[in-house]
Design a protein around this ligand. Sequence first.
Ligand code: NAP
Ligand code: MG
Length: 500
Amino acid sequence: MSADAAASDSSRSGETVPSGQPMTAACVEARHLIRGRWIGAERTARRWNPARGDELVSVAPVGDRNIVDEAVAAARASAPVWASMSGEARGAVLARTAGALRARASEAATLIAREEGKTLAEASGEVGRAAAMLEFYASLGRQPLGSTLPSADGSMHLYTTREPVGVVGLVTPWNFPIAIPVWKAAPALVAGNTVVVKPASIVPGSMHLLAECFEEAGLPAGVLNVVHGSGGEAGQALVEHPEVDAISFTGSGAVGRRINITAAERMARVQLELGGKNGMLVMPDADMELAADLCARGAFGLTGQACTATSRVVVMEGDEQRFLDALVARTMQIRIGDPLDPDTTMGPVVTEQQLRTDVSWIERALADGAELVSGGVASGAFLTPTILRRVEPEHAIAREEVFGPVLAVMVARSPEEAMRIMNGTEYGLSAGIVTNDLAAAMEFSRTIDAGVIKVNRLTTGTDVNAPFGGMRASSNGLFREQGFSATDFFTRVKTTYVGF
Ligand code: NAP
Ligand code: MG
């Protein structure tokens, strides 16, 4: 049975592991977390290891509208007490959660590798980043919020405070199953909100482990609630719920747009971080080894399943062959295999359905006139790192998000054309340039319509204390995530005039 079919097939509840297949590692029995209680259900969904197919990784309850109601009621009931605690006390819970996660780092990384399919090294990186994020937001509990303002009235104390928004719904994708819930929940919680998380339905085990860390840290009951289930049912119910004051969503553009409309109808605050088609511009002066390394790691690291993955490259006319030679040589070093094998540097595609989508994008690119340089071979759950050349800016492969290990290489005849190609998609998440020409780098930073600009670095990867988010179709653009900016979304400003 395919991992994808298994993940979406809830009718097989109660089924045992296929006979004759030894279970090589424990299966996580995920539960909803509501008001501090772990809750199961008759209806369950199963997730199999994408690299092994027949290894059951997690089983999770499939939540419906009623369970979402319960979770939201729990979050609402616990909101006043949590909001009235000091920022320092809330931060202390986050710091302890970081400690609990660090203590289980190896277990968490192994689980992510088995459930989502990134390599063990990549999964360890994700866990470390999630812990660092918790520590950063823990420290925010002691930072100033709000300001004191001079007043036109000399006998006035005029100041602003930032209050929690209330109950926040967090809807998250599968590609960073621990880090993304953390980068939403941590700033929400330290600001005094209570939350209901609806994680992606194919990675419930990872969210369960994270929820256990919050519990272990002594988070009061009802402050963080988790509802497993499908986006169409549990996710939608959460987004539509009149008692949910704000929604923070990361995922695809199609789902994001729907959520935006639903939230607007009931005037709920909404944060949307969506897809990307991130480009790398290789300038004529670039160190080609560096350019090749950044493009190979940016495109094929995390199996290309990062919102900030490099998915297109622009090189100047005359540099293409030199660049491709270096890129192919670097890509040959990638070792595809089981994420738990320490020699593996690229894991499987997350589901068979996603693999079929990736392959169909490659086929479409070839039909449009692109040429396969290397890769393009699908076997089981794996797709070899795919490099396409002779891609034209108007081709779908140059503009649409694939979300897999596929890199489109384009050629520009002038720096102006290069900039036009770089800005030639509806997305604007992250963009990179390889150059030692400071003026070119600064011009790039000023001209490119993307939320994250990288000079001589990967398009993926960001610091925990820096704002993160996209422009244009990559975001609804109202609020940034991460860093201090996250506080803007998770708080409301109140202005108080005290005459004396
Ligand atoms: P997705 O299909 O949009 O799903 C994201 C989440 O929304 C999942 O929890 C999903 O549940 C839920 N959902 C689906 N339909 C819903 C509905 N009608 N109402 C409410 N919730 C609903 O995205 P994905 O496939 O998990 O992730 C890949 C996408 O995420 C890519 O486009 C990628 O670029 C984007 N991404 C963006 C960022 C960023 O920061 N900009 C970061 C990572 C990923 P199910 O799991 O049950 O479908
Ligand atoms: Mg999806």
